[in-house]
Ligand binder design. Structure first.
Ligand code: PMP
Length: 452
């Protein structure tokens, strides 16, 4: 045991010396978790401590860890043919595009990239070029929502509605404007949820009109805001947004980077709302993060504009790694697992049971709201239930630390404006066993009890 400890210590020292962590600073006295192994829903660190990964990494390991079929699929494909750029094609890319199209409700063309940010950049460029080639070259602006996260690159970050992530990198890309999402927990009193959600959609229409609709290319939104704090709209909102987009010739881009591949209890999050997106972006659960891959799915009638004769009418965009054959093979196998093991319907069942198991938390003095769709839950902490003042960072961090000390990793909403870092998130693997679920519920209840 002593030697393991020493080797962990030396890894930590080297890590401190060489590895620049994402979204973090080394704090004196703290050490990063050096993860060594993972199976099912569980991660084991270098000292042998086990943690249930209540966040599936970064909302991505949908089929759970340790799937040998996925390793095998990558191995076989790499042996046969490691690489072909997507200026050409190959079998896994073709089969995967056909499969994704089968999962969707309309006909889409599939454009491959590497990450969720990439997929969203592609969506913005396609939206702008589409309007250009449709005789509306001034349509360039993209509307998105405060609190949402759409990625780290300049365009995707410009669409992101979280100021702390942005202000030190400004100026960002021009032509990105924001509206508020529905926040049903904080809706004005005296308004029904439906009325409030219609009003939020109306804010989008007002924005389109005030900005001049001839300048608006598209709107991007997740089916529900996930990392920004789990904001689930009433269905009337999404229908209204779709109608407004149609009325004003604005493309509806749905970001399924987290919500896709079963997370919300349906294969894609937008399927809860009976809408037909023009463009859909996907990543994370597409391969359950076993290899990097993302997709921008573009409805066939939009794609047609890129097939017109003319010198520069094709989509002038390329990336080196997108559509990597092994990544496509892994994605195909990953979707097969989701289907064979009924993990999408399991996500809905697990989500209901998690919500039920935690419902008594709403009596806790600091729990303002508990909301979920499928196996994705947000617990909003407040200082005062009457004023709904967001909980202090310290209170939120105590719960996160308490969960970790008891072997459970939970997340919290991304860094929004100061004072709104108060929403705990859970998004465990869809392959969670009944025992895993029981463990999650027991730990959370215990930690909240200790923090009354
Ligand atoms: N869109 C959403 C909704 C996301 O949550 C994320 C990542 N958390 C992204 C886009 C960007 O994905 P990536 O980190 O793969 O670039």
């Amino acid at each position: 045991m002593e030697s393991v400890k020493q080797s962990t210590q030396s890894l930590v020292e080297k890590d401190k010396e060489h590895v620049w962590h994402h979204m973090a600073q080394y704090k004196p006295g703290s050490s990063p978790m050096i993860a060594s192994e993972a199976k099912g829903s569980w991660i084991t660190d270098h000292d042998g401590n086990r943690y249930l990964d209540g966040m599936s990494g970064l909302w991505c390991v949908n089929v759970g860890y340790g799937r040998e079929e996925l390793a095998q699929a990558a191995f076989e494909q790499m042996k046969q043919m490691a690489y072909v750029p997507m200026t050409q094609s190959h079998e896994p890319a073709i089969h995967l595009a056909e499969k994704i199209n089968d999962l969707l409700e309309e006909d889409y063309m599939i454009f491959y990239s590497n990450s969720g940010s990439d997929a969203n950049e592609v969506a913005f460029k396609i939206a702008r070029q589409y309007h250009h080639q449709n005789g509306d070259p001034s349509r360039h602006k993209i509307i998105s929502r405060y609190r949402a996260y759409h990625g780290n690159s300049f365009g995707a970050l410009s669409a992101t509605g979280q100021s702390l992530r942005k202000y030190k990198y400004e100026p960002l890309s021009s032509g990105f404007i924001h509206v508020s999402p529905p926040d049903n927990y904080r809706k004005p009193s005296g308004q029904s949820i439906e009325e409030y959600n219609i009003q939020c959609a109306k804010e989008i229409e007002d924005k389109i009109i005030w900005e001049q609709k001839e300048t608006i290319a598209g709107i991007i939104m997740e089916p529900l805001i996930t990392g920004g704090g789990v904001f689930i709209p009433h269905p009337v909102y999404m229908k209204k947004v779709e109608e407004i987009c149609k009325r004003h010739g604005v493309l509806l881009i749905i970001d399924e980077v987290i919500c896709g591949f079963g997370r919300t209890g349906k294969m894609f999050g937008h399927m809860h709302f009976d809408i037909k997106p023009d463009i859909i972006t996907m990543a994370k659960g597409l391969t359950s993060a076993y290899l990097p891959l993302s997709v921008t799915a573009v409805r066939k009638d939009i794609y047609e504009k890129f097939t017109q004769d003319g010198e520069n009418n094709h989509f002038r965009h390329v990336n080196t790694f997108g559509g990597n054959p092994a990544a496509c093979a892994v994605a195909l196998k990953n979707i097969e697992i989701l289907e064979n093991e009924n993990l999408v319907s399991r996500s809905a069942i697990l989500g209901d049971r998690l919500q039920e198991g935690l419902v008594e938390l709403t009596n806790h003095p600091y729990v303002g709201d508990l909301r979920s769709l499928g196996f994705l839950i947000g617990i909003e902490l407040v200082e005062d239930k009457n004023t709904k003042q967001p909980a202090d960072a310290e209170r939120v961090n105590r719960i996160i630390k308490g969960c970790k000390a008891n072997g459970l990793i939970v997340g919290k909403n991304g860094d929004t404006v100061a004072g709104y870092n108060n929403i705990l998130t859970l998004s465990p693997p869809l392959s969670c066993t009944d025992d895993d679920l029981g463990f999650i519920i027991a730990v959370i209840k215990k930690v909240f009890k200790e923090n009354e």
